[in-house]
Write a protein that binds this ligand. Structure first.
Ligand SMILES: C[S@@+](CC[C@H](N)C(=O)[O-])C[C@H]1O[C@@H](n2cnc3c(N)ncnc32)[C@H](O)[C@@H]1O
Length: 245
């Protein structure tokens, strides 16, 4: 389940131009490293991540030729790459209208920018986080002017079309989440990601009140099956940009 979107993205990456490194941008613990290595041939495979802990785990795979600690917002590669591959990272960064052309600007002629990002902000799993927080704690949460980091597919198609051939698609993965001992399985899924910025602004008692309301709202939006498991649709946006050679 974890690797599937990365492999779906990689399956759409065309043949790489001859010169240039392969960059795993936001490589994390190197989960995609083995598959990227297979596609890299004799090219160098470089990993970049902002987290020293993640890089330490990526290092133990022994797959990368070099690993760099850096923030995508400021890092740039040592030489024009053949492929920049970024799986489940760039949704953390703002201003995609400037970011994506900047990443494309790194590429060697004929180079490829391949990106996958979760695009779940409009689904009940994530909308209910905002609704519940704003309703229970209006002094701290106002999402009336909130904008998601990830835009609609057509935004990326229009933005990148002047740079080369662009392939944009969205896939909804229907996952079955196992029952959990307390609360709703989807809350256990979101609490380490999308829920974290909200929980950080709450006291322990407030967090408990929030969780109770969010769990109840989730149960209405995503009723559990008789065994306690839940079907959870999760949308991901993909694009592959190939520069002219
Ligand atoms: C969900 S993990 C994905 C890791 C890897 N790409 C994979 O598919 O297994 C997201 C990674 O992005 C990294 N990350 C988040 N924001 C970043 C940034 N601004 N610059 C560099 N890395 C970042 C995190 O440290 C984390 O390792």
């Amino acid at each position: 389940l974890r690797l599937r979107p990365a492999l779906d993205l990689l399956s759409q990456v065309p043949d790489l131009p001859s010169p240039g490194d392969v960059i795993d941008l936001g490589c994390g613990d190197g989960a995609v490293g083995t598959d990227l290595r297979l596609r890299s041939g004799k090219r160098r495979l470089l990993g970049v991540d902002s987290s020293a802990a993640m890089l330490g785990r990526a290092e133990t795979t022994g797959i990368y030729d070099a690993l760099f600690q850096g923030d995508v917002a400021h890092w740039s590669p040592p030489a024009p790459p053949a492929l920049v591959f970024s799986n489940a990272v760039l949704h953390w960064l703002p201003d995609h209208g400037a970011l994506m052309p900047r990443l494309a600007g790194w590429l060697a002629p004929g180079g490829i920018l391949a990106v996958q990002m979760p695009v779940q902000h409009a689904a009940p799993s994530h909308a209910l986080l905002r609704d519940t927080a704003a309703r229970l704690f209006p002094d701290r949460f106002d999402f009336s002017t909130w904008q998601p980091q990830v835009s609609e597919p057509a935004f990326y198609a229009r933005l990148l079309a002047p740079l080369g051939a662009v392939n944009v698609w969205v896939t909804e993965y229907l996952q079955r989440l196992d029952p959990v001992a307390d609360g709703h399985p989807i809350r256990h899924f979101t609490q380490s990601t999308a829920m974290r910025p909200i929980a950080e602004k709450l006291t322990g008692d407030e967090q408990a009140a929030f969780v109770e309301e969010y769990d109840a709202a989730l149960q209405t939006a995503y009723p559990s099956d008789p065994d306690g498991s839940v079907l959870f649709g999760f949308r991901r946006l993909f694009f592959v940009l190939t520069l002219a050679g």
